[in-house]
Design a protein around this ligand. Structure first.
Ligand code: GUN
Length: 296
């Protein structure tokens, strides 16, 4: 079998188009412009690229983008004061503090100082608790993007065996909660899991989010399974830099029913879902109906 390739780039373009259409309606009919504030502390080069892309995408869908670039020496008190201002600013509907923060800043404290209703990353403990108890919450962008692609491919996910490899707070754990919410039978596997290959071979849906290049190989995939590769790893091969996922694409694609490539799979969905979450946060703040198909 050769797997169907799930085109995340095209899917993300569709989601951004839906967001843009909804934003245009909000502006015309209600005079409302959703706004996203992104806070970057320090000069981490990868974070700078992410923040630039987030800014460009926000503008492109017709939202307001507020960028706050702070020096690496910013104190916790200064950062908390900025977040308090953004929490109180009615033009700001979503707030994202780019991670990782410099070592002297307590990320948990900073994230939990964001108004949960504006926490478009879904990292605030209130949102984590709401998601875990099946209540309406802000949902982390990468797992939300994965869920959208899975729903699109399968229709209903009810009763399917899902294995999530990786237990991070950003991807693994919320992904498992979302799959459980869609009535999958969910296993979370990780670096200490015994006989990982056998566990993975039980999966109708296999989500790889471990951060280890090409760790999931074709022999670990059940024939016909859907493989979602969250990994983005930079490796050297044949003297050249290359991006690979957590899945060994070629061997897995021979066995899987459907698979996301790297690049062009999950990656583009993350920013699209950040925009979707900002729109959702804005609609909730204004007591307006939420955008259809863009929430969990
Ligand atoms: N750094 C890498 N990924 C993310 C993300 O999804 N959100 C935030 N805030 N920082 C990140």
């Amino acid at each position: 079998m050769t797997a169907k390739v799930i085109d995340g780039k095209a899917f993300a373009a569709r989601v951004r188009g839906q967001v843009a259409a909804h934003v245009a309606r909000l502006r015309e009919e209600q005079g409302i412009t959703p706004g996203l504030a992104v806070v970057l502390v320090g000069e981490d080069p990868a974070s700078q690229v992410y923040v630039r892309n987030k800014h460009a995408s926000t503008i492109e869908v017709g939202m307001a983008s507020f960028e706050h670039r702070l020096s690496a020496e910013t104190t916790e008190a200064e950062l908390l004061a900025l977040i308090a201002r953004l929490n109180a600013d009615p033009a700001v509907h979503g707030i994202l503090v780019q991670l990782p923060l410099p070592k002297h800043l307590n990320s948990d404290l900073v994230i939990n100082s964001i108004d949960p209703a504006k926490d478009v990353d879904g990292f605030h403990i209130s949102n984590v608790g709401l998601l875990g108890t099946g209540q309406k919450s802000m949902v982390p962008c990468t797992p939300l993007g994965c869920l959208m692609m899975l729903r699109d491919h399968h229709g209903s996910l009810a009763g399917l065996n899902a294995v999530v490899v990786g237990r991070s707070n950003i991807v693994g754990k919320p992904m498992a909660q979302l799959l459980l919410g869609d009535s999958c039978t969910v296993t979370i596997a990780h670096s200490r899991t015994k006989d990982l290959a056998a566990v993975c071979r039980g999966a109708d849906i296999l989500v790889a989010a471990v951060g280890r290049p090409e760790m999931i190989t074709g022999d670990m995939v059940k024939p016909g399974a859907t493989v979602i590769d969250v990994g983005i790893n930079r490796i050297e091969r044949d003297g050249k830099g290359k991006l690979v996922g957590d899945v060994h694409y070629h061997s897995a694609a021979e066995v899987a029913g459907a698979i996301t490539p790297v690049p062009g799979g999950v990656g583009p969905m993350t920013i699209a879902c950040l925009l979707a979450n900002t729109l959702t946060a804005c609609c909730r703040a204004k007591g307006l109906p939420e955008p259809e198909g863009l929430t969990a």
